[in-house]
Design a protein around this ligand. Structure first.
Ligand SMILES: *[C@@H]1O[C@H](CO)[C@@H](O)[C@H](O)[C@H]1NC(C)=O
Ligand SMILES: *[C@@H]1O[C@H](CO)[C@@H](O)[C@H](O)[C@H]1NC(C)=O
Ligand SMILES: *[C@@H]1O[C@H](CO)[C@@H](O)[C@H](O)[C@H]1NC(C)=O
Ligand SMILES: *[C@@H]1O[C@H](CO)[C@@H](O)[C@H](O)[C@H]1NC(C)=O
Ligand SMILES: *[C@@H]1O[C@H](CO)[C@@H](O)[C@H](O)[C@H]1NC(C)=O
Length: 704
């Protein structure tokens, strides 16, 4: 719907009203994107690409369809969801998840998309499953309270709205997401992180406990609110304890008008059902594996994988599969269909994804577009997302989709299947034998193979670093030198039992299979958090508990793990280079995730003769160039990347998003023993004001 000429009066009305909302009570709206609004000019939607450093803009040419609807001031009961269609003061008119999951059009008026999440401790199977079965694959809202999982009856999961995965959040660039999270999980505090959403101007809603907020206590509701600024395939998950593997996770898809997508000519369909959500699954609560036991139930390798929350389990004691459902993905023949694959695994296993008799063409990763690259098998790590185009050019039929846990988890031979079914196929399941772990579906061209550097010219392997961005690049990224370079060597420290269990000491630890308790470190620092968030209560955190490499507390020596709150300051606007180096010996490839930014992947490598360090940087980099050539000139942008085991990864980003941003290994068990730090970008004056009434937390130590 175009704005008819001669309606300038209502256009002015629109503008004034947007201005009213912006100046309303809610902080974070003050520096709002939509406020690029001047009298007599149309509002403009801004959004970010390329690691948030470059802005795209789009004019809103349509009239606000609700311009004449009266604004209601309603009494709010935090336990009762807001009403759809009602025009709330300071929030605008609320649209349903179904209204928001739409084709995005240039010039359209953005929506206020409202979601209500009720978080509970729950179970699979049981009474709810005598009533109904969840039918849809990527559900926007709950229609059935039955959770099937892999057909094994289990307790102690944590879910949102009695769904697994949680309801998917699907909206258009420019929309405002308003998500009420009501915690009804007994004895537990939670927070939800919107992974991949840059949260520029919405820093207080990044969902990291003790960094951006206090965890949401039992009985409370926290209203998250952020503008959909960067298009792409993202996801949300709990950032507290082990609540993510227990089930607090779901998809976020931010679409842009198709014409804005540099790969728009490579696909025909981008339907809201075409999401593939992968997770690893235990048959007991995750806490049974953390810190971990030594006698029975040892280690952190999960029992199964689910595809869109579905799957079967091969019971080794009977040799029979559970009779639960497999995920079925229906496709129209002879179409080029965009799929959005989300690796929401929590433990340390990389996963391979293969579709029988089909290749897939990668067009995006972690929400950023890349030039199309055709492969057969996608290997991914915890928190990576891959967008691919599936060309349904095979005979009408039904095909297997196989996922396998590989590398460090290959000994357990864990695999799952799903079904790709062409419309018109007479078969429910493929005629061919169900693939086993070994032999599985042929791998063909393998993308992102674990620890491979792809420097040998083998056409059967493509590495993530070799993808090419499909967007133009900010020249500053390609400059010979960055403004600031950080060396971040990460490692584990294994304790003797005498060290770890010394009376009156309480050192955090993880028990890996066959090991003693260990902690993770970046440099010599193993991160711990205080009980108050940095962003809103930095004054409540004892300064002596905050540290970095240049300011180790006196009690710490550089050779032993130092437990403190690891914060690294970065001036706003600097070009930052991070050199992650794996100084561990366990061969694992760790997926590091940066909040608040995407980073450009400049280089990855492993040198035989030297380990790259701050001191030998120039020499080591000259060896790097000899071995692998110069830095990438079209570096792909990602927000999560597996660092080559025993090697290094060099990434760059422009620190233009002020805030406190976590940078961490996305394996839950490593995150919980300190493999993280916080980049503090800019100063507190660069941040939006603390939202009025923002919850506080911390110590209570009265003097008398
Ligand atoms: C396994 O499946 C077979 C064939 O359906 C069945 O006869 C057998 O009873 C099952 N075994 C168990 C232990 O359930
Ligand atoms: C998702 O499930 C619904 C209902 O079962 C089905 O109609 C639809 O085709 C499915 N979508 C895909 C992409 O498989
Ligand atoms: C997949 O790609 C490989 C390499 O280009 C090619 O040999 C193979 O035939 C392709 N498979 C299909 C089903 O298109
Ligand atoms: C594990 O702890 C035992 C007992 O304290 C000690 O002898 C052993 O060296 C430790 N192992 C490692 C790898 O540190
Ligand atoms: C690099 O570091 C690893 C792990 O600490 C060590 O085993 C290896 O010997 C080092 N290589 C060189 C060339 O110093």
């Amino acid at each position: 719907m175009q704005l008819p000429t001669g309606l300038s009066f209502s256009l002015i009305f629109v503008i004034v009203r947007v201005g009213c909302i912006d100046n309303g009570k809610d902080n974070g709206m003050n520096q709002e994107n939509l406020h690029e609004v001047h009298a007599r000019s149309a509002p403009v939607i801004e959004w970010y690409s390329r690691g948030s450093s470059i802005l795209k803009t789009m004019e809103v040419t349509e009239k606000d369809p609700d311009a004449d609807v009266p604004v209601e001031e309603k009494y709010e009961n935090p336990h009762v969801p807001l009403e759809y269609g009602v025009h709330y003061k300071g929030l605008g008119k609320l649209s349903t998840p179904e209204e928001c999951a739409r084709n995005c059009r240039q010039g359209a008026w953005p929506k206020n998309c409202y979601y209500h999440f009720t978080v509970e401790i729950y179970r699979t199977l049981g009474g709810a499953c005598t009533l109904c079965e969840p039918t849809t694959n990527t559900s926007l809202s709950a229609d059935c309270q039955c959770i099937l999982g892999d057909g094994v009856d289990m307790a102690g999961i944590m879910v949102i709205n009695r769904m697994y995965p949680g309801p998917s959040v699907q909206l258009c660039v420019g929309d405002l997401a308003i998500i009420d999270v009501n915690n009804r999980a007994i004895g537990t505090s939670i927070s939800i992180h919107w992974h991949g959403v840059y949260q520029k101007n919405y820093q207080y809603y990044d969902g990291v406990p003790f960094v951006t907020q206090c965890p949401i206590t039992q009985g409370s509701t926290f209203r998250y609110r952020w503008r959909a600024q960067n298009a792409g395939t993202h996801f949300y998950h709990a950032h507290t304890g082990l609540h993510k593997p227990d089930g607090l996770e779901g998809a976020i898809i931010i679409r842009q008008p198709k014409i804005e997508d540099p790969n728009n000519e490579d696909f025909d369909d981008d339907h809201f059902d075409n999401v593939i959500f992968l997770n690893d699954w235990f048959h007991e609560s995750a806490i049974d594996h953390w810190p971990g036991t030594t006698a029975h139930n040892v280690g952190q390798i999960p029992q199964n994988i689910l595809v869109n929350g579905k799957g079967q389990w091969l019971d080794p004691s009977t040799g029979n599969y559970t009779n639960s459902r497999l995920a079925v993905i229906n496709v129209q023949p002879r179409r080029r269909i965009r799929f959005r694959m989300i690796n929401s695994l929590s433990w340390t296993c990389p996963i391979q994804f293969t579709i029988q008799n089909h290749n897939v063409t990668l067009i995006g990763t972690d929400g950023e577009e890349v030039k199309p690259k055709t492969v057969t098998t996608i290997t991914s790590f915890s928190a990576e997302r891959y967008d691919f185009v599936l060309h349904t050019n095979q005979p009408i039929g039904t095909y297997w989709i196989q996922v396998r846990l590989v590398h460090s988890c290959s000994s357990d031979k864990i695999t799952q299947v799903a079904v790709l079914r062409y419309t018109g196929s007479e078969f429910e399941v493929p005629a061919s034998r169900r693939p086993r772990y070994d032999p599985g579906l042929p791998l063909g061209i393998v993308f992102n193979d674990v620890n491979r550097i792809c420097d040998d010219g083998d056409p059967n392997f493509v590495c993530a670093k070799d993808l090419r961005t499909a967007d133009p690049i900010d020249e500053r990224i390609l400059a010979p030198r960055a403004d600031l370079t950080f060396f971040l060597p990460y490692n584990f420290h294994l304790f003797t039992n005498e060290e770890l269990f010394k009376p009156n000491t309480y050192t955090q630890f993880l028990v890996p299979i066959g090991g003693n308790g260990s902690v993770a470190m970046i440099g010599s620092i193993s991160n711990i958090f205080s009980g108050s968030p940095y962003m809103s209560q930095i004054a409540d955190i004892p300064p002596e508990t905050i540290c970095n490499r240049h300011s180790l507390p006196d009690r710490c020596s550089p050779r032993k793990p130092c437990f403190c709150s690891h914060i690294v300051d970065i001036p706003l606007g600097t070009v930052v280079e991070i050199i992650m180096t794996d100084s561990g010996e366990n061969g694992l490839s760790h997926p590091f995730h940066l909040h608040g930014f995407g980073f450009h992947v400049m280089a990855q490598g492993r040198l035989k003769d030297v380990n790259i360090t701050e001191d030998n940087k120039h020499y080591a980099l000259s060896l790097h160039r000899k071995a692998y050539g110069d830095f990438r000139t079209e570096p792909p942008v990602k927000d999560t990347l597996a660092v080559t085991a025993g090697g290094y990864t060099i990434v760059r980003f422009i620190a233009d998003n002020p805030g406190y941003w976590l940078h961490h290994c996305h394996f839950m068990s490593h995150l919980l023993v300190g493999m993280e730090l916080v980049f503090h970008v800019g100063d507190d004056e660069d941040l939006p004001p603390i939202p009025e009434g923002f919850p506080k937390c911390g110590d209570f130590k009265p003097r008398a």
